[in-house]
Design a binder for this molecule. Structure first.
Ligand code: BGC
Length: 481
């Protein structure tokens, strides 16, 4: 419906995008990673042992008589990337991508505690060999939200031994895939897992406790440091996040880093609340990994619980490794902007509001300038590290907004990469669009479509490129010399 406010928003968006599009694009370094991302559970299907995982169990359960997943969907078949990976990599190759970000299913590789599957690791080898033969560099996440069932039976991330179990799994993977991959993510969005899985009981392991969420964050931060150290031992360091050929290399993790602005910038309480939300959501876990002391401060007036501060055990790492490096670069998963309003009567004292304007199908507010802002904020907080945009995308089943979404976000990526008279150029090594193809969108099942490729679920999972696929292709070409 077009009311006055919507018309204004529409016009200003139109004017902004026209001005932006008129600017000249400079060439990106030839080493820049142009990529797309997806994850094992969301794309593969349960083939190869998915039934050993926590999400499989969750998707097949009923909570108060109802499936926890929208429309009762499961990821049993997902996009069948497990069998159709070659077709998907061909689409990626035609798009001009030189990297793809994906993940491994821990539950398939280590279906029982200490028992590793040769077949599954061989399957992954075939997958990555195919990718590499097409000139596409794999970026592999060891963990993207899912776990083996045995892991939770043993206490999951609350067990102080859990970092050791994760290290054992990671060591097995690096031993078997290390000749094919030198670009690793330990965790995708650890704070999202902690908040949804341990604080709000929305996803496995369905816990609702502030103490549990602190404990899980702590053990995940320890696990990251131990695995990063191991990978550096086996594969060597990656100074400035690069290998000898100048391309992105090494190990780190990727974070959900969003823009949290005060609803009313003239209201000191809104400003304070927005700063607090930014710190606790965006920076605290990163800082903990970097320094070895994990610290979460709650707003002083919050009655919910206590703040947290704890140093990671020295015994986790040998004495010479205590200072890292633990991150060769920082991964930024950027999607949207929130307005933060202070509300004394709210349990958390803060309200999250969605700004007006154009939105994704899932209600996220589009804010392309936020990409440059969040990259600059990350650089200010952690100036030592190169950055990558490890996810950026839009739920848009009709593909009516994604073409402009891509163009406009890339214009702000240009601004961040090249800088201007007021702002320094940033060291950014890659951009990965989420997602190469539609896939299983967690609690929302197949409702939201993030793909450059449409998956026709009722037509034998046919892959069909959307107009935005060709827009991304053109935008990449424009930036290559
Ligand atoms: C997650 C993906 C998810 C995407 C879109 C990211 O936060 O890493 O798994 O599909 O957002 O919601």
């Amino acid at each position: 419906m077009i009311n006055k406010q919507n018309l204004f928003i529409f016009l200003s968006f139109f004017i902004t995008s026209q001005t932006l599009l008129a600017e000249n694009v400079k060439y990106y370094p030839h080493t820049f990673m142009w990529g797309a991302a997806f994850s094992a559970h969301q794309a593969d299907g349960a083939f190869g042992g998915g039934e050993n995982g926590d999400w499989y169990e969750f998707e097949h359960s009923l909570i108060n008589g109802v499936s926890p997943i929208q429309h009762g969907n499961t990821a049993d078949r997902a996009t069948d990337h497990w069998h159709r990976y070659s077709e998907d990599y061909e689409w990626a190759q035609k798009l001009g991508l030189n990297s793809l970000r994906t993940s491994l299913a821990w539950e398939k590789i280590e279906p029982s505690f200490g028992v590793f599957s040769e077949d599954v690791i061989q399957h992954y080898r075939g997958q990555f060999q195919n990718m590499i033969a097409r000139g596409i560099k794999p970026m592999i996440a060891l963990h993207h939200f899912t776990h083996p069932k045995w892991f939770h039976e043993k206490g999951g991330w609350l067990n102080p031994e859990s970092p050791k179990w994760f290290l054992e799994y990671a060591s097995f993977v690096v031993k078997h895939l290390g000749d094919l991959c030198d670009l690793w993510i330990t965790f995708n969005e650890p704070m999202i897992l902690v908040v949804m899985g341990y604080l709000k009981a929305e996803i496995p392991p369905l816990m609702k406790s502030i103490d549990a969420s602190y404990e899980a964050s702590f053990n995940m931060a320890r696990a990251h440091r131990m695995v990063a150290y191991h990978i550096h031992q086996v594969q060597g360091d990656s100074p400035n996040g690069r290998g000898s050929d100048g391309t992105l290399r090494g190990v780190s993790f990727v974070n959900s880093l969003q823009i949290y602005d005060p609803l009313n910038p003239n209201n000191p309480n809104d400003v304070r609340a927005a700063k607090w939300v930014t710190k606790i959501n965006n920076w605290d876990f990163l800082r903990g990994v970097e320094t070895g002391i994990l610290k979460f401060d709650l707003l002083p007036e919050l009655m919910l619980g206590k703040s947290f501060e704890r140093a990671m055990p020295q015994e986790d790492l040998p004495p010479w490794a205590q200072k890292g490096p633990f991150m060769d670069w920082i991964g930024v998963n950027y999607y949207n902007r929130w307005f933060i309003k202070y509300n004394f009567f709210n349990l958390l004292k803060v309200e999250w509001l969605v700004p007006d304007g154009i939105k994704g199908d899932n209600g996220y507010a589009l804010y392309p300038e936020g990409l440059e802002q969040v990259l600059r904020q990350t650089h200010t907080e952690f100036p030592k590290y190169p950055l990558i945009v490890s996810e950026n995308g839009l739920a848009d089943g009709e593909d009516s907004r994604r073409p402009d979404f891509i163009k406009n976000h890339l214009l702000f990526l240009d601004k961040a990469l090249f800088g201007n008279a007021q702002n320094l150029p940033l060291d950014i090594l890659g951009y990965y669009h989420w997602s190469l193809m539609d896939n299983f969108e967690w609690l929302h099942g197949y409702l939201y479509r993030f793909g450059l490729l449409e998956i026709q679920y009722d037509n034998d999972l046919k892959r069909v490129p959307r107009p935005s696929y060709f827009v991304y292709l053109k935008e990449i070409q424009k930036r290559k010399e």
